[in-house]
Each structure stands twice: as C-alpha cells, then as structure tokens.
Design a binder for this molecule. Structure first.
Ligand code: PRP
Ligand code: URA
Length: 209
C-alpha cells in the first residue's frame, strides 16, 4: 500500500497559508510554491541511497558519502506542476525534467492528455511527479499510468493540497506510489475544486484569470 506523507513542517504550513489567501498575487504565489517545493523535496529525497567515496580535505584523506543509485527525474503535470520544478531543481540541480500535459474537461472533470516528452532513460530513474492540486485524482492517475507504460518502476507523487477522495483514487490505482502533500483539505465542491483549497493553481501561478 502506498504511504501518504503529510509534510506538516511549520515553515511549509506558514507559506501555504499565504498562498491560500485570495489577495496573494501571482509573483508571491510562484515564489512561495518554489520555496515549499524545495522544503518538501528535502523530505521526498530522504531515502536516496548513499555510497562512499575517498576524498581528500585540506587536512587529510577521508571516506565521504554521496548520493548514489538511481538518478532523478522531475515530471510536472502541465501547467501547474511547473511551479514545483524550480524548487526541486535547486535541491537536485542535475535532475532531468520531463513534461506531461493534461487538462481537466470543464464539464466531465476527466483529464485530457495533450503532451508528453520524457527523458530517454526515464525508466532507470526515480521519478518525482509534481502537481500542486490532487482533486479527483484523475490527472495524477493518468500521469502515473503514462509513466508506467514507459517502464518507470520507482515513482513518487508530490502535491501541495489534496482531498481524501483524490488520495484514495491514486492509492487504489497505484499502490506502489508514495504521495507527499502539505495539506489534506476537506472535500470537493460541485465543480470538483478543493474546499477550502487555493482556487485554480494554474491560473494563480500564471495569472491567467
Ligand atoms: C489542475 C491541477 C491538476 C488537476 C487536478 O489542472 O493542476 O492537474 O487540475 O484535478 P484532478 O485531480 O481532478 O484531475 P487543470 O486541469 O486545471 O490544468 P492547468 O494546470 O493547465 O490549469
Ligand atoms: N485544480 C485546481 O487548480 N484547483 C482545484 O481546487 C482543483 C483542481
């Protein structure tokens, strides 16, 4: 069964509260999302394997540790997932970045695929899928299925705000994928928006409404 990790660090919660406010503009919203992504990335990468190498300090030789094993790929779900990429790249500058384009049909709320471009060796990497909003879970489930069809076996899902029904849908369809969120909100409204949520993440990042 996939694990749900709620990152309840005070700095994450503080920044998320500012993001939620209706009066927070796109510039601040983007900056806060980047900062939170870096902080959440610290937890998501906590179990990366380390190996040992011999190095020399100005004082003496020593055995030091470095991140080894699987390399990383960050895969944002367009558009809003893009807002979480820079924070993760600040933490892991050598990670590769793929893109999956999905939008929700406004009537049915079902995801529609329109783009997919992934690193050639994606199947050999630990993949972190980013999307601030886990609402019905349809977009995340489709993105995870697309990655598995391309051979990915080690995937984590990083969201900002989720609701129980979206979490349950991902856990049922993808029990091997751990989910990282900053908050689990109450419910979805009649338009499948998260309540209380923060509104439309893509519009708030890019200022499109
Ligand atoms: C939003 C959000 C997720 C999706 C979540 O994207 O960024 O991708 O909705 O909803 P779900 O869990 O019900 O699938 P949207 O479709 O609005 O596209 P956008 O990011 O381009 O605005
Ligand atoms: N997508 C968003 O951007 N916000 C929601 O609350 C739900 C889906």
């Amino acid at each position: 069964m996939s694990q749900l990790h709620v990152i309840d660090h005070p700095m994450v919660q503080h920044k998320l509260s500012i993001m939620r406010k209706i009066e927070t503009g796109s510039k601040d919203f983007r900056e806060l999302l980047k900062e939170i992504s870096l902080l959440m990335g610290y937890e998501i990468t906590r179990d990366l394997p380390l190996d040992e190498i011999e190095i020399e300090t100005p004082i003496c030789k020593m055995t030091a540790r470095r991140v080894s094993g699987r390399k990383l790929a960050i895969v944002p779900i367009l558009r809003a997932g893009l807002g979480m990429v820079d924070g993760l790249l600040t933490l892991v500058p050598v990670a590769k970045v793929g893109h999956i384009g999905l939008y929700r049909n406004e009537q049915t709320h079902e995801p529609v695929e329109y783009y997919c471009k992934l690193p050639e060796d994606i199947q050999d990497r630990l993949v972190i899928v980013t999307d601030p909003m886990l609402a019905t879970g349809g977009s995340a489930c489709d993105a995870l299925t697309m990655l598995k069809k391309r051979g990915c076996t080690h995937i984590k899902l990083m969201c900002l705000v989720a609701v129980p029904e979206g979490i349950a849908k991902v856990q049922e369809a993808h029990p091997d994928v751990d989910i990282f969120v900053a908050a689990v909100d109450d419910h979805l409204n009649e338009n499948a928006y998260i309540v209380p949520g923060l509104g439309d993440a893509g519009d708030r990042i890019f200022g499109t409404k």
